[in-house]
Design a protein around this ligand. Sequence first.
Ligand code: ADE
Length: 360
Amino acid sequence: YLAMSIIADDNDFEKPKIEKKNPVVKPEAVDCDKNFENCIRPKSFDTYIGQSALKDTLKITIKAAQKREKPLDHLLFYGPPGLGKTTLAGVIAQEMGVEIKITSAPALERPRDIIGILMSLQGGEILFIDEIHRLNKVAEEILYPAMEDFYLDMTTGKSQTVKTLRVPLPKFTLIGATTKAGELSGPLRDRFGIIHRLEFYTDEELAQVIKRTAGILEIEIDEKGALAIARRSRGTPRIANRLVKRVSDYALVKHDGKITEDIANKSLDILKIDEFGLDTTDRCLLKLIIEKYEGGPVGIETIAAAIGEDVRTLEDVCEPFLLQAGLLQRTPRGRKVSPAGYRHLGYKTGKFDTNQQTLF
Ligand code: ADE
């Protein structure tokens, strides 16, 4: 916080350029074939399925802000990937009737990136920063006064000719999203007025998401077909939506194009997605811990090296669902497969014994 003044070279200040890395993506009319995720994103609370407790709180917060004619407090969404953090930010902007500028922390590497975006904001607008836990220290310190009192402190020139300038900013709302709330620095976390966790979806909610997506893509699907895909989507709409497309391909090539329970199950079996929604990587991870490390505990770096995945993918993508499903446990000494994990992979006992036959 002591770095209220940011050392920006002259160039930074005069031309807060953002075009080099294009850190801002403006949501606009999209072509479904090119940008599938944006095309099926719900735009309002009425079409956004799931996260009902969060939606109720947000509706009240939005109404209060509108009554006061003030921007929303800064919001932080956290939770596993694919649960709709970006989508929800878009819905909030739409409901508030304001523009949203979308960027992500890795695109804000240089001071000029974040300064440029902040200076491009209009009053009331929303700035969405994805993966906010990856923001560097300099960018974070530029954000502190911007979030708290809506100004930038900038220093231009070199040593003896140095000048400090306080630049006012319009009142804006920052929405941050992260898969790792624990990695956010305390001072940054404290500047968010509202902090919410997004939950995994139930099978019934996912079936609704699937039917909605199928409707937009003009794919025929029945209730049981939607539930069959939902059950193997790991509580995650992003996965459910991806699977609808894959299953639809199968339905079209092997049958009449309609997704039924039988077609969904056959197609997902071929894709090697099991009845819990685990894919080959998930099963490989559990199997490795059981067979090579007696069920654990074993460090995540060791697992990543052994199965050829990077640690971040395992931590951010694979683990959250395995932990939530109770198949994997996190201990201070590393990861452990739970008894349910053993059973799921077809091992009879809690400890692997080399005479056992696995189902995989
Ligand atoms: N697609 C992705 N997430 C969704 C949601 N929460 N509701 C409706 N469609 C979605």
